[in-house]
Design a protein around this ligand. Structure first.
Ligand SMILES: [Zn+2]
Length: 353
């Protein structure tokens, strides 16, 4: 059996605070004298029921974790560790999502908050070999004019390389805010060459996916799993070439599906959708990128060829340069060609002595 940690992949759905190691969160809380809810530090993944009460609980815990991030050193540490953890799991490209608004008060404003993340993304890329780029995400909980401000800021740092902004997102409770009102912010991002990567179709069903497609014209959808519930919406996702950032552990933790087996991974892939697996918030879901590929193998029964296809999809849906994508795709081919049980395994191939 091939080692999934060695399968080259791109990680397209990971939130800044949510990427944190539990040990790092505990350390930051200690340094800043903050008492955290016990469930943030215990060993179990979060499990909340679907619906507003469940989301509220998730959001409260997320906010408690975010309150421990209080300055430049903390922010740099999060990016550096996210890159190191991705490197250990075979990721060659990380597009980490950050809303700089929450950190701005500690570092002198939105611009320095984003620039710290970008600078550390460059450093982390050099240190780990994982290309780290950034998605700037606005929040549905705030005014659409705030989203426009963030889109303009993101546009100033647009590019495809390490330490550059590659996309513009929209996160938080899908039930909040009027999707259409965020259209102008996404237009600003698009004109700057950024990918449009809003969340949609996780907490809400296919009608929400259609609404996001209509008004925000995404290149990728955060989640979008529930497009599987409507063949017309799913066909539209496929025809429009919208990649889905599917995060199975997140879906189960947030009560969208009862078990990992219920996540419609095969249905999406079989319909022809481009699927890129992601971890979303490993801090709360206790499940990192590699775990998603392991679940695809063990729970959904995908063989190595299908797993390699998932990895290729993640690379193709990334905003990496053509050269980086070609390098990673070649490495996926090499992973698949190197069959540990086959005739070319070390010591057994034709060249063996
Ligand atoms: Zn997310």
């Amino acid at each position: 059996m091939r080692d999934l940690a060695l399968l080259p992949k791109a990680h397209l759905h990971l939130h800044f605070t949510g990427s944190m190691r539990v040990s790092t969160l505990a350390d930051l809380a200690r340094r800043h004298g903050i008492r955290l809810p016990h469930v943030l530090l215990d060993a179990d993944p979060l499990r909340v029921p679907a619906g507003e009460r469940g989301w509220f609980r998730f959001q409260r815990l997320y906010d408690a974790a975010r309150a421990c991030v209080r300055g430049e050193d903390d922010m740099r540490r999060i990016v550096a560790e996210a890159a190191a953890d991705d490197a250990a799991e075979g990721s060659g490209r990380l597009e980490i999502q950050v809303d700089p608004t929450s950190y701005a008060p500690f570092v002198g404003g939105l611009t320095p908050a984003l620039e710290i993340v970008l600078d550390e993304a460059r450093r982390a890329s050099d240190a780990t070999g994982v290309e780290v780029a950034v998605v700037v995400a606005a929040s549905r909980m705030r005014h659409p004019l705030d989203a426009r401000t963030l889109a303009r800021l993101a546009a100033r740092h647009a590019g495809d390389g390490p330490g550059q902004v590659v996309g513009f997102g929209l996160s938080n409770d899908e039930r909040r805010g009027d999707t259409e009102q965020f259209g102008p912010a996404f237009e600003i991002a698009h004109r700057a060459g950024l990918a449009r990567v809003p969340h949609g179709g996780e907490l809400l069903g296919p009608a929400h996916v259609a609404e996001v497609l209509d008004h925000l014209h995404p290149e990728r959808l955060g989640h979008g799993v529930r497009s599987a519930e409507d063949p017309h919406v799913l066909a539209r996702v496929v025809e429009d070439g919208v990649a889905l950032e599917v995060c199975p552990a997140s879906n189960v933790s947030l009560g969208v599906y009862a078990t990992a087996a219920d996540v419609p991974l095969r249905a999406l892939v079989d319909a022809g959708a481009t699927v890129a697996l992601g971890a979303d918030d490993p801090l709360l879901f206790r499940s990192r990128l590699l775990d998603q590929y392991v679940a695809a193998r063990e729970v959904h029964g995908l063989d190595d060829r299908a797993l390699a296809d998932l990895a290729r999809s993640s690379v193709r849906a990334s905003r990496a340069s053509a050269a980086t994508r070609a390098r990673l795709l070649a490495a996926v081919d090499a992973w698949l060609a190197d069959d540990p049980a086959g005739p070319t395994a070390p010591g057994t191939g034709p060249g063996a002595v």
